[in-house]
Design a protein around this ligand. Structure first.
Ligand code: ATP
Ligand code: MG
Length: 678
C-alpha cells in the first residue's frame, strides 16, 4: 500500500497555481525551515495587509510556551477578510449558503457581507462588549454566524463558537469555562427537515449563570409559534435590534463611524474546544497575525486556490476545519465559500453532488466519515452529476483508508482531480502535512509531505543506536529522533510555526504538559506515524491506540484500513484489550453494509484479511458486528469508549467527558453485544 504511486492527470495552471513544481515546493520548504525569519517576513507581506508592519518575525520558544509572531505588528481582520474584497469586487459572491432545505439556499455578496458585519459589530459595541471579551456563538453554519464571528474581531472581541448540535450541559461547561457574558444564538435550526430548538437549549444551559448579560437571538426559522422564552433585559431579538442601527433607526448615527479594530498580531482571535476524541475537550487559543497568515498560505497552496474559485468545505463552523477553511482562509484569499447547513443525505443522498454542480464548486473538502457514508450508498447517486468544475478534493479528521481513498478519487475526483489528504489538528490552526496539487506525487493512504514551516520528526523513547540521541532531560526522559526512512515513531513537530496554538484557556500548565514538555523542543501531536522510503508520512493513529501484540506494534489506522477493504464492511474500529499471554490482543468492531449478511462467514473473512495482509500476529481475538460506532460530533470514532468496554467496564458514567458524543445509543448496544462474549 505504501509504495503505490498514483500520479494523476492534474495539470498545474502556470498562471494561477501557487506552487508550480515539486522542485519549487522543496526549495521553499527548505527556506521555511532554515531561514524562517526571511520566509515568514515575505509571506506575511504577500498575504496580509498590515496597518503597522512588524519589526520582529518571531520570538519565544517551546520550552516556556511563549511563542510570538509579528508581535509589534497591527492588522485589521475585517480589512483583510472583507473590506479589500468588497472594494475590489463588491457584487462578487462571498458566501454561498446551502441551508438545510435546498430551496432556502442563497448567496451573499462581498458588499452585503461588509454591511452586515458592520451592523453586527455596532450591536456588540452597544451591548458593551470590549476588546478581549469572549463572545459565544451557538448558531448553525449560516451567514449570520459568519457576521457574528467577523463582528467580534471588528471590535477586538474573542469568539468562542460552540457546535450547534451540542446539548445544554456541553454548552454550560463551555460558557462557564470561557466566562462569556454575551451569546449569539438563534430561535431554532433546521436539521434534515426537522425544526430543532436552540434558544431553549441555551436557556437551560445558562440557567443560574449570572454573568451572562445578553443573549442575541436570530430568528432563523420564521413564522413559528413555539415558545422560546425570552428573559427580559437579557434576551433580545437580533432582527429588531439590527433595525435600530439601520437607516432611520435610533442608533443610525451613533456608531456610523465605528472603525474596525487594528489588532495586535498576538491579540487572541478566538478560542475553540477540541473534538474530545481522547479526553475532556480543551479550549485552545489562537492569535491573530500568525493564524491568519498560515490559514491563507496553506489554503492557497493545498487547494490550488485561483481567482474566481468557489470553495466547498462541508464541515461545521464549530470545529477548527470550519474556522480555518470555511471562514478565515477563503475570506482572506477572496474566494466564495460554502456554508453547508445540512447533511449528505438530505433531502436525498445526492445532496453533495447537487451542491457541487449547482454552484460550480472548484474544491470539495470533507471527512473520511462522510466519504465512507456516501461510499456505502454506492455510485448510483452520482450518475446524473458531472462534477466537472472540481479541481481538488480533500479529506481531513481521521486517516482515510485505502478503500475510501480509491472510491473518492475515482468517483468524485473522476481520477482527474487532485486528492489531498490533509493532516492537522485544532492546535496547529492550519494544515501541517498534505500533498500540493501539481507538485506532489500522490500515494494512497498518505498525507504525504510537510507544508511550509513544518518540520515533522519521528521520535522514539530510549532510542536505538541508529538514531540521533538527544540530551537527557531533568526527569531522565531519554528519546531520539529517528533519522532514517521506512520507520515508525511518535509524530512531533520540531520548533514552532505561526499558527501554533498559544495556550489552553486558563491553564498554561496543562498546555505545557500536554504538548511541549514531554519532548523538549518538539510539539507533541499525540499521533504516531510511519515515514516511508520517500519520506512520505502515513498517520497510524493516536499514540495511545497503538496495539502491542506479542511485542509487535500495530497502528489502529493500518488495521482498520485493511479491514475496510472487505466489500461488506462499511466502518471498522479496532482497539487493544489486555491479554495474559500476548500482552494485548486485537478487538474488532465492524459495521456491515447489509445487516442480514451471514456473520460467521464475514468474521472469518475479516480475520484472514488481517492475517494475510498484515501478519498472522495481527489475527483478531474478537470481532463484534455492531449497528454503529460511537463517534464525536465532528465525525471521529471515540476509541476511548470502546477501550473501556473491552476492559469489561460497562459503567457509562465512568467513561469521562462524553459531551461531544454524537450517538449515545450506540454505546448501550455495543455493551450488550460485548457482554455476550467476554
Ligand atoms: P481531542 O484532542 O479532544 O482528543 P481530536 O484530537 O479528535 O480531539 P481535533 O483537533 O479535531 O480533535 O483532531 C485532530 C486529530 O485528528 C489529529 O490529532 C489526528 O489524530 C486526526 N487527524 C486529522 N486529520 C487527519 C488525517 N488527515 N489523517 C489522519 N488523522 C488525522
Ligand atoms: Mg487532539
Amino acid at each position: 500500500m505504501s509504495n503505490f504511486d498514483c500520479k494523476n492527470k492534474f495539470k498545474p495552471d502556470t498562471e494561477g497555481t501557487y506552487i508550480k513544481s515539486f522542485k519549487e515546493y522543496q526549495s521553499l520548504h527548505k527556506k521555511s525551515i532554515e531561514d524562517p525569519q526571511a520566509f515568514w517576513y515575505e509571506k506575511a507581506h504577500e498575504f496580509l495587509n498590515w496597518d503597522k508592519s512588524f519589526t520582529k518575525v518571531s520570538s519565544g520558544n517551546l520550552k516556556y510556551g511563549n511563542v510570538k509572531y509579528f508581535e509589534d505588528g497591527y492588522l485589521s481582520v475585517y480589512q483583510n477578510c472583507v473590506l479589500r474584497h468588497k472594494e475590489a469586487n463588491p457584487n462578487g459572491i462571498a458566501l454561498i449558503y446551502e441551508a438545510d432545505n435546498p430551496e432556502e439556499a442563497r448567496s451573499v455578496t462581498w458588499l452585503e457581507l461588509s454591511q452586515q458585519v458592520q451592523l453586527y459589530a455596532r450591536v456588540l459595541k452597544q451591548m458593551g462588549v470590549k476588546k478581549g471579551d469572549v463572545v459565544t456563538i451557538y448558531m448553525s453554519t449560516s451567514p449570520e454566524a459568519i457576521y457574528a464571528m467577523f463582528a467580534c474581531s471588528y471590535i477586538g472581541a474573542v469568539h468562542s463558537v460552540i457546535f450547534g448540535g451540542f446539548s445544554s450541559d456541553a454548552i454550560k461547561a463551555r460558557v462557564l469555562d470561557s466566562k462569556s457574558e454575551v451569546i449569539f444564538t438563534q430561535n431554532f435550526t433546521k436539521r434534515r427537515g426537522r425544526t430543532i430548538p436552540m434558544k431553549t437549549t441555551i436557556n437551560k444551559a445558562i440557567e443560574g449563570i449570572d454573568f451572562v448579560r445578553k443573549v442575541l437571538v436570530y430568528g432563523r426559522v420564521k413564522n413559528i409559534k413555539e415558545e422560546i422564552n425570552m428573559k427580559p433585559n437579557r434576551d433580545i431579538l437580533l432582527e429588531s435590534l439590527l433595525e435600530e442601527f439601520q437607516e432611520g433607526g435610533k442608533y443610525e448615527n451613533v456608531y456610523a463611524n465605528l472603525q474596525p479594530m487594528s489588532m495586535n498580531a498576538e491579540d487572541p482571535l478566538f478560542l475553540l474546544y477540541t473534538s474530545g476524541s481522547t479526553g475532556k475537550p480543551k479550549a485552545l487559543i489562537h492569535t491573530t497575525g500568525g493564524y491568519l497568515l498560515n490559514a491563507a498560505l496553506t489554503h492557497k497552496t493545498v487547494f490550488d486556490i485561483r481567482k474566481g474559485d468557489r470553495f466547498g468545505c462541508v464541515a461545521d463552523i464549530g470545529w477548527i476545519t470550519g474556522h480555518t477553511y470555511i471562514v478565515y482562509a477563503p475570506m482572506l484569499n477572496g474566494v466564495s465559500t460554502v456554508l453547508f447547513e445540512s447533511t449528505p443525505d438530505y433531502p436525498s443522498i445526492t445532496r453533495y453532488w447537487e451542491v457541487i454542480d449547482k454552484w460550480g464548486l472548484t474544491q470539495f473538502y470533507t471527512s473520511p466519515t462522510a466519504v465512507r457514508f456516501v461510499m456505502s450508498c454506492g455510485t448510483d447517486p452520482l450518475k446524473d452529476f458531472s462534477l466537472k468544475s472540481l479541481r481538488v478534493i480533500g479529506s481531513v479528521g481521521e486517516p482515510i483508508g485505502v478503500e475510501a481513498w480509491n472510491w473518492y478519487f475515482k468517483n468524485v475526483g473522476k481520477s482527474r482531480c487532485y486528492l489531498v489528504d490533509t493532516y492537522w489538528m485544532t492546535e496547529s490552526g492550519a494544515i501541517m502535512i498534505s500533498a500540493i496539487p501539481g507538485a506532489t506525487t500522490l500515494k494512497r493512504g498518505s498525507a504525504t509531505l510537510p507544508l511550509f514551516g513544518i518540520s515533522p520528526q519521528l521520535l522514539v523513547k530510549n532510542g536505538g543506536s541508529k538514531s540521533i540521541e538527544l540530551s537527557m532531560q531533568k526527569k531522565q526522559r531519554k528519546f531520539s529522533e529517528i533519522a532514517e526512512n521506512d520507520q515508525s515513531g511518535i509524530l512531533t513537530i520540531k520548533g514552532h510555526w505561526p499558527s501554533i496554538t498559544r495556550t489552553i484557556l486558563g491553564n498554561h500548565k496543562r498546555y505545557l504538559e500536554t504538548y511541549l514538555s514531554p519532548y523538549p523542543g518538539y510539539f507533541l501531536t499525540g499521533d504516531s506515524a510511519y515515514r516511508d522510503m520517500d519520506g512520505y508520512y502515513f498517520i497510524k493513529g493516536r499514540i495511545d491506540d497503538v496495539i502491542n501484540v506479542c511485542a509487535h506494534r500495530f497502528g489502529t489506522s493500518e488495521l482498520e484500513s485493511t479491514l475496510t477493504l472487505h466489500p461488506k464492511a462499511v466502518e471498522v474500529a479496532v482497539v487493544g484489550m489486555p491479554h495474559k499471554i500476548k500482552g494485548e490482543a486485537i478487538f474488532v468492531f465492524c459495521v456491515l453494509k447489509d445487516k442480514h449478511t451471514e456473520e460467521m462467514v464475514i468474521k472469518n473473512e475479516l480475520k484472514s484479511l488481517l492475517q494475510t495482509s498484515i501478519s498472522k500476529i495481527a489475527s483478531p481475538e474478537h470481532i463484534v458486528i455492531v449497528d454503529s460506532l460511537p463517534k464525536t460530533r465532528s465525525g471521529k470514532i471515540m476509541r476511548r469508549i470502546l477501550k473501556k468496554i473491552v476492559r469489561k467496564n460497562y459503567e457509562v458514567a465512568t467513561y469521562g467527558d462524553l459531551s461531544t458524543l454524537l450517538n449515545p445509543d450506540s454505546v448501550d448496544s455495543i455493551v450488550s453485544n460485548v457482554k455476550k462474549i467476554l
